[in-house]
Design a protein around this ligand. Structure first.
Ligand code: PLP
Length: 421
């Protein structure tokens, strides 16, 4: 039966969010009426836990406006990407404050015009040195890096071969280019090889992630690199969730596996462990020079604010001098993983600070998120299109700021929501 027949009588329990993504009415905007009614019903049933304004820094606890209470209240924060606590580190905050005083609040221009500041250049040089690449280009967002890099290098007729769990920005970049997109099953080098073997041209890029953003597992880099090299395919490795976490020096999963020199394009974001916003691509100087002029999300977007660059430079300095926050993050991560497994939760194959708690069904996810929210726990609530419809989940983001007591509280809230003993 067609579920979309009367926007005045919508029961949100009959729908998943995916339904509205797929809906195509006669009028271009028709979906809004159905989605509005669904949304209102979800609010009335207290399922809607997204979009509540936060009014403190993203520490282990934060204050959130609770629309159901009509007031602010404190939550345990297992949702932010503040993995190493740099977003609210006093030295980083001080640096940013001082820089705002000197440079003002924003770059107020695109980088090729007057948005390129000495601090942005310093950051690019620091990132290139950190990543051991010739050159780096800093973008205003991580999303924009994959979008701009892939859409300007690939042309119609070229092929982007993506791990099926690749981030939306990778899919979108390849789509925008008009390239053919082929996906291989997650981390499956044999499947990747089958695809590469079937292609009769060499204009191919394989896109993978160091740490997969929704599952927290690592790229099967040794096997994937070996296959790519055999078939002459270029590699884009997105280290968004791996930078500062993996590898002795924190350069990511490529460093961890000792394969950095095999990766043509290294991508990262500043919105995770660096505690800020922005992204970068690093690689051969000639290629970076080309990207600077042709990656449209770089050329046609306002540049990163100078104070953001200053804050990230400070993070690099702090991390270079003292990696104890990373040790604490690992301690917290292992503790959480062990406790969740012991309690019987399905946490997939995570090997990192990104820990999924697989639910698998949109309706159940709603009940669970409502329950944990009412008990003061904030986690990622992840449904389609961020993950497939059968792999919905709560996603926990660990931080070096968490205490063992906070982790225990998080677990006991999860247990009671899942009705585990
Ligand atoms: C793997 C990956 N790449 C790119 C991005 C986009 O980065 P940003 O949020 O900094 O734009 C994300 C964000 O979550 C990500 O997980």
């Amino acid at each position: 039966m067609d579920k979309f027949h009367d926007p005045d009588h919508m029961n949100c329990d009959d729908f998943t969010q995916a339904d509205f993504f797929e809906y195509k009415g006669e009028d271009l905007f028709e979906v809004k009426d159905y989605f509005w009614a669904y949304y209102q019903d979800a609010i009335a049933k207290k399922y809607m836990v997204y979009g509540n304004p936060i009014s403190t820094s993203p520490g282990a606890e934060f204050r959130v406006y609770d629309r159901y209470l009509g007031a602010e209240r404190d939550f345990l924060n297992f949702c932010s990407y503040n993995y190493l606590g740099y977003s609210n580190h006093p030295d980083v905050i001080r640096t940013v404050q001082e820089t705002v005083g000197k440079y003002g609040t924003g770059a107020v221009s695109a980088p090729l015009l007057s948005g390129y500041y000495d601090l942005t250049r310093q950051l690019e040089e620091a990132i290139a040195a950190f990543k051991k690449k010739e050159e780096a280009v800093v973008f205003p967002t991580g999303y924009g890096v994959n979008l701009g890099v892939l859409s300007c290098l690939l042309k119609p007729g070229d092929t982007a071969v993506l791990d099926i769990l690749s981030h939306a920005s990778i899919y979108d970049g390849a789509r925008l280019a008009g390239a053919e997109i082929k996906v291989f099953s997650h981390n499956n080098a044999a499947h990747l090889e089958k695809i590469l073997k079937s292609l009769n041209h060499k204009r191919v890029i394989v896109c993978i992630e160091g740490v997969y953003s929704m599952d927290g597992d690592l790229a099967n880099l040794p096997e994937i690199v070996e296959v790519c090299k055999r078939y002459g395919a270029k590699i884009l490795l997105d280290e968004a969730h791996a930078s500062l976490i993996f590898g002795d020096s924190g350069r990511g999963v490529a460093e961890y596996y000792g394969l950095e020199d095999q990766i043509e394009l290294t991508v990262g974001t500043f919105s995770k462990s660096f505690g800020a916003i922005g992204g970068f691509v690093a690689g051969e100087r000639k290629l970076m020079t080309y990207l600077r002029l042709y990656a449209r999300s770089y050329v046609f977007s306002c540049a990163m604010a100078p104070h953001t660059a200053a804050g990230i430079l400070k993070v690099l300095e702090l991390f270079g001098n003292d990696k104890s926050c990373r040790e604490k993050l690992w301690e917290n991560t292992f503790y959480m993983q062990r406790k969740l497994k012991e309690a019987g939760f399905d946490i997939g194959n995570t090997a990192s600070q990104v820990i999924p708690v697989i639910v698998g069904d949109d309706r159940k996810l709603r009940e669970l998120s409502k329950s944990i929210y009412s008990k003061g726990l904030y986690t990622g609530v992840v449904t389609f299109p961020a993950v497939s419809k059968k792999r919905t989940r709560l996603r926990l983001s660990m931080s070096s700021c968490h205490t063992e007591e906070q982790i225990d509280t998080c677990i006991s809230i999860l247990k009671s929501a899942f009705e585990y003993p």
